[in-house]
Design a protein around this ligand. Structure first.
Ligand SMILES: C[S@@+](CC[C@H](N)C(=O)[O-])C[C@H]1O[C@@H](n2cnc3c(N)ncnc32)[C@H](O)[C@@H]1O
Length: 407
């Protein structure tokens, strides 16, 4: 645990020298005991411990921040901080607002993105933890955006932002006793929602697994994934809501967003060989947009309560993994085993939706001696236990003549 006192010691020329030395000696790996012992002969013990903590946290923070080496973190502050990719995306919703308040700013993950995403806006950062607030201030200064910011150390419940001020809130979901139970936060969700007071622009970060019954009417629920990793969710007040539900998938620099699509109910049918099986991204499932994905891709459902989709057309979408259906049969492990042997199966990966069973044990039993890897959707088709044997679609490549061919 780093203290405010240690943080200010690290700002002295001696502290900066020590941090620079650590970066030079061990730029990619945490500080070893041998290095720590050697440095303690030159620098005060307390300063050395603090510098090592910051150095090691900066290494970890590189997974979330492109300029982590210039930033300041506590372990808790880093774990709770929003990664740059997600923070940059949602900061865009604040572009039209000249005054923004980041309530519960922590070490400033979202605050920095809000500053970069809203040039010209003034920002107020509030946190009741003096250490986090001090780090947010240092981080804003290190990245050159502190001049547009005010920092307030206070319980956010004591503040009353002006009606025109847009608010971003990332309430704490852990306390000194550890992670809070799902749906709990400090301040509680109901307090955060009440801040909208009917018309204020408010975004509240929440757990993706939040009980949907707690989402207020006319607020948007946005589920956000980086690749196939469902990271978090947001609640957007009516003033900034763009849909009732949305699923956001971030792939590197590209952001894909799926919103509800009006249309007739989606047809249900049995998958067949040659179809494409779509295994929706968890953000799509979480946002309740599986039918909407079916409408945008022209796919059908395989069951009214199951998230897998099938399509006659080959196609790739950022919102689902696409696999080629090799075989579609009622779930019977013996029959499945026989068919997999005939197909020359090697390792199998099981994707389970709607059927109970120990996935690892089943995958072990079904694994063949061949070299053809399969993914098996263990699921229900029109309420019957079903197996859909799939494999990756061959890669489509572009040759030098510009023609596309399948290898
Ligand atoms: C999840 S973290 C914020 C992370 C931040 N969005 C980021 O990306 O770095 C939550 C923060 O809320 C602060 N906090 C919790 N309850 C608070 C309250 N009632 N008033 C002010 N700050 C509070 C905690 O000190 C903690 O720093």
């Amino acid at each position: 645990m780093i203290t405010l006192e240690q943080l200010s010691q690290l700002q002295t020329p001696e502290g900066s020298r020590l941090l620079a030395e650590l970066r030079e000696i061990t730029p990619y790996a945490p500080v070893s005991i041998a290095i720590a012992t050697r440095l303690r002969k030159t620098y005060p013990a307390d300063l050395t411990i603090a510098a090592i903590t910051i150095h090691d946290l900066r290494l970890k923070a590189r997974a979330k921040f492109s300029r982590a080496d210039e930033m300041w973190f506590t372990r808790d502050g880093l774990e709770q901080a929003t990664s740059e990719a997600v923070a940059n995306w949602r900061a865009q919703r604040y572009r039209e607002f000249p005054e923004i308040v980041d309530l519960c700013c922590g070490i400033g993950g979202d605050l920095l993105a809000l500053a970069f995403g809203t040039p010209g806006a003034t920002l107020t950062a509030v946190d009741r933890d003096p250490l986090h607030l001090a780090m947010a201030r240092l981080n804003a200064a290190a990245l050159g955006v502190a001049d547009r910011m005010e920092f307030i150390e206070r319980d956010i419940r004591e503040l009353e932002p002006g009606e025109q001020v847009a608010a971003f809130i990332d309430p704490a979901r852990r306390s000194e006793r550890g992670r809070m139970t799902l749906g709990e936060s400090e301040p509680p969700l109901e307090w955060c929602v009440a801040l909208a007071n009917g018309h204020r622009a408010v975004g509240v970060k929440c757990a993706p697994g939040l009980d949907r019954a707690r989402i207020p009417e006319e607020w948007e629920f946005e589920a956000i994934a980086i690749g196939t990793d469902l990271k978090e969710a947001m609640l957007w007040s009516p003033r900034v809501a763009q849909a009732i539900n949305s699923a956001t998938v971030i792939e590197g620099e590209t952001v894909h967003q799926l919103r509800p699509v009006a249309g007739d109910p989606v047809a249900v049918r049995t998958p067949k060989t040659g179809d494409t099986l779509l295994d929706p991204n968890p953000a799509v499932t979480r946002a309740g947009l599986v039918e909407d994905l079916a409408r945008t891709t022209g796919a059908s459902k395989i069951d009214d309560r199951i998230g897998f989709l099938v399509s006659e057309n080959w196609g790739s979408t950022a919102f689902a993994r696409s696999l080629r259906v090799v075989e579609s049969l009622p779930w019977n492990q013996r029959a499945l085993n026989t068919r997999l042997r005939e197909l020359g199966a090697g390792p199998v990966d099981i994707r389970r939706r709607g059927l109970a069973g120990d996935v690892d044990a089943i995958a072990k039993r079904l694994r063949g001696k061949g070299d053809r890897p399969f993914t098996i959707a263990m699921t229900r088709v029109m309420d019957q236990p079903w197996a859909i044997v799939c494999e990756a679609w061959p890669k489509i490549e572009q040759d030098t003549s510009g023609r596309r061919h399948i290898d």
